[in-house]
Design a protein around this ligand. Structure first.
Ligand code: T4K
Length: 366
């Protein structure tokens, strides 16, 4: 008999009854989107949960990043220092704004942007830094801010993986000029599809309110070239339901994390990332590094798991600058650490409710 399929993740959901009960009022109001009641309620609740001064909900994390970049009004062709060790969305958002990505290497210790390599990349065309709190690992926000202040650059964090992470007691989305979060079905917290931008300047809220609704300011007035990036009410309600259970989801992930980590610490050649003492963990992903010391290569481990109906993912391979749409298009910068991580990393199945039995089934293959 074929063994149960274990995928990289599985969406957290409220009970069917809870969601059905929660969406019932929509059949009275017939109000389904365009900054409805539940959209506004979720904005307020997430602002509190994420400990951020301002928050604007969007249809997904990608559009939050595209629009927040647009909201700063950078001149076309300006350079943005970013990381290639991320999901393709980060680079797409920069390029789709008519900006040029400049790829900065990352640190082997946690995969975040190597702050010591940023200054060398700055030119008179640089306008912003877009680092990523990859896997929920916190970037060196202080050092990055210092550089940004020195050269008058904006800092916009891709915090798609960092829902609920706090650093030095502050919500991670309160650092820099802005951050974006993803509430995609595959994330620690989901609203089916969804995302948000966080920032402290209320003017950005107003700007995004317009940009996510076609730039419309009145029935007969359109002042900006906007997009349609509003979160609808069914997604907002899913977000409200899931927010009620976020502690349970996190606790379940913590349990899985500890079971994996206890075993991997004993396996020669497999490395796990260490946490940051000053930051909380959100247990977003479970990346391991399959090093040269291990008996199999990363790809062999991937295949071995797959043969047992266990689906890991190479998040993030290849580096985004190597994808066909970007290859050889931008400044050629050495990124040895990002390449090294991309060659060794494997993210393992990790989600709320992954049973001990299934975790052990995975661990037994190492
Ligand atoms: N910045 C960063 C650093 C990001 O990682 C992301 C997204 C973004 C920005 C953009 O945020 P969003 O615009 O997406 O809000 C997935 C996700 O689609 C994407 O959100 C995520 N990062 C990325 C890392 O992973 P795929 O192409 O790997 O997903 P897919 O369809 O292969 O699904 C993976 C597994 O998840 C499936 O095997 C099963 C499970 N799954 C999937 C779906 C769609 C579920 O359990 N339920 C579902 O509904 O991109």
């Amino acid at each position: 008999m074929e063994k149960e399929r274990i995928l990289i993740t599985r969406s957290s959901m409220p009970s069917y009854e809870e969601y059905i009960e929660a969406i019932k009022p929509l059949w009275d109001t017939h109000w389904l989107t365009n900054m409805g009641q539940y959209h506004m309620e979720l904005e307020g609740k997430l602002k509190e949960y994420l400990k951020v001064p301002e928050l604007s909900l969007t249809v997904n994390g990608h559009m939050a990043l595209e629009l927040v970049l647009q909201s700063f009004g950078f001149a076309e062709g300006s350079e943005v220092i970013t990381t290639p060790f991320t999901f393709i969305s980060t680079t797409h958002a920069i390029v789709r704004n008519g900006l040029k990505p400049v790829f900065c290497d990352v640190k082997l210790t946690d995969g975040t942007m190597d702050e010591s390599k940023i200054e060398n990349l700055i030119t008179e065309k640089t306008v912003a830094i877009v680092p990523v709190h990859v896997y929920g690992h916190v970037c060196n926000v202080e050092a990055i801010q210092q550089i940004a202040d020195k050269y008058n650059l904006k800092v916009i964090y891709d915090a798609a993986h960092a829902f609920g992470v706090e650093y030095k007691g502050r919500g991670i989305g309160s650092y820099g000029d802005a951050s974006i979060f993803s509430f995609h079905a595959t994330k620690v917290y989901n609203s089916i599809e969804g995302g948000a931008a966080t920032f402290s300047d209320h003017k950005i809220y107003e700007k995004l309110y317009n940009l996510k609704n076609f730039g419309i300011r009145g029935e007969e007035l359109v002042t900006e070239v906007g997009a349609n990036a509003k979160m609808n009410e069914l997604c907002a309600i899913m977000g409200l339901c899931n927010l009620k259970h976020i502690d349970r989801a996190r606790e379940s992930r913590r349990h899985v994390y500890e079971r994996y980590t206890k075993r991997f610490r004993e396996i020669e050649g497999i490395e796990v990332f260490e946490g940051n003492d000053q930051a909380t963990r959100n247990y977003a992903y479970y990346p391991i590094l399959v090093t040269e010391k291990y008996m199999l290569s990363r790809d062999e481990v991937y295949d071995k798991l797959k043969a047992e109906n266990i689906f890991s993912r190479k998040y993030f391979y290849p580096v985004t600058s190597d994808h066909a749409c970007f290859k050889n298009k931008y400044r050629d910068i050495e990124i040895p650490n990002a390449r090294h991580l991309a060659e060794q990393v494997l993210t393992l199945p990790f989600y709320e409710g992954l049973s001990d039995e299934n975790v052990d089934r995975i661990l037994d293959l190492f």
